[in-house]
Ligand binder design. Sequence first.
Ligand code: ASP
Length: 358
Amino acid sequence: MARLTEIGWEDFHALPLEAKRAYLERTEGDGMPYHTLFAQQFDRATLERLCALANRIRFINKSKEGALYLKSVLAHKRAMLYFSQPSSRTFLSHLAACQIMGLTTGSVRDAATSSEFKGESHEDSIRTFSSYFDMIIMRSPEQGLAEKMAWELSNSSRPIPILNAGSGKDQHPTQALLDIYTLVRSFEEKGGLDGRTVVFCGDLMRGRTVRSLSYLLTNFRDVRQVFVAPQELQVPADVVMILAKKGIDFEVTDDLRGAVKTADAVYMTRIQDEWDSSKGASAKIDTSRFKFGAEELKLLPKDGIIMHPLPRRDEIATCCDHDPRAMYWRQMRNGMWIRAALIAGTFGFEKTVMECGY
Ligand code: ASP
């Protein structure tokens, strides 16, 4: 079995993402991750299992008896939420997911309140957390840090799983899981996700949710991907290369209205100006044609949906909020259920929950 203890950091790091997957599984060939680091770890079968588990958890949680049962499943586990980058939804929904499954939690939300402020390395901080907890859910501005920490912990005397809750401009796998769960639920009674058109719009260059979701969509049959952005913020080459290599039908354009007319889902994103190399650089880009408002709403097909990883600024007009096709609020709640499913799966409780009597 491929184990992180049997491969050096440099060799592991150099592997293509898809080849890393085998090293990150709970048990060989099972598909369920131990460490969750990037979207390339999930194939269609695992995605479908996680969606089914999320549905099961949300159903069980409806009754008091069911909710109390869920709370007992991981009551013997503790999770650390280590967020050194701003977050509202991702932090709270992981916290709520832990609470649903009964884990007790601790958190650091600001490196200034931890010993990192005194000069402690990330490695030492994470080793410290692993002394007290059974899982680390982490968000960091540093690309690749979650991967390095996963390798370090697996090679330590107290290996515990890492769950990447957003790493740099790079990946946001659990956001992509909730996006897929939202898409699957939205189309489940309308013929499914296969054959659909998903339009991404906004800052596709620096939006990590786009990179992760674009990859997950390649697991579905004939899903066309359309990328709408100003030239400076268009989808990066690594994403395009993956799609081209996999023979995915995709288009790169600056015509939002044209794309909306053909969309089953429009995935809007905000301008990620925190990554600007010089202050105010993004403000100089003309983004006026990359906003979803009343006109776009009229063009969206009647079964089409509007998504957003949030937070939003002005890229979706508030006049869209009450349209039944606006899915961004439901997306948030879906995040809590799919994260509860992922945490249960990570600890090996998928079967227990699926087969419980509730
Ligand atoms: N919440 C998402 C993220 O953490 C999207 C965003 O911040 O724009 O990447």
